[in-house]
Write a protein that binds this ligand. Structure first.
Ligand code: FES
Length: 108
């Protein structure tokens, strides 16, 4: 179990308990977190699950895959070093908590 804190676009915060194996897009959708659409269903194709990772406790996140980076660069005007696709961040046993800022884009 890990605690995931989402910082919404109005700067309010929502913290949700996540189970190992869940990804940050699924978790947001299941809990009606505003600003994460997940239009492609987690296939790494839309970037409507874009978040910026503010902090992680307990483990390092892996590097972005080439495909994830390609999608971010296609869909986001300014890709930051902490820009990630929420669907590509899966909770593992080591992650204790993670904080992400939602910077949504809309699907067309
Ligand atoms: S849900 Fe489409 S890229 Fe993450």
């Amino acid at each position: 179990m890990a605690l995931v804190k989402y910082i919404l676009e109005d700067s309010s915060e929502v913290t949700i308990e996540a189970q190992v194996g869940q990804n940050l897009m699924q978790l947001a959708i299941e809990n009606n977190v505003e600003g994460i659409e997940g239009a492609c269903g987690g296939s790494c194709m839309c970037a409507t699950c874009h978040v910026k990772v503010e902090s992680v406790n307990g483990a390092e996140l892996g590097e972005r895959s080439e495909m994830e980076l390609d999608v971010l660069e296609m869909e986001i005007d300014e890709v930051a070093s902490n820009s990630r696709l929420g669907c590509q961040i899966e909770i593992n046993e080591k992650i204790e908590s993670i904080t992400v800022r939602i910077e949504s884009i809309q699907s067309i």
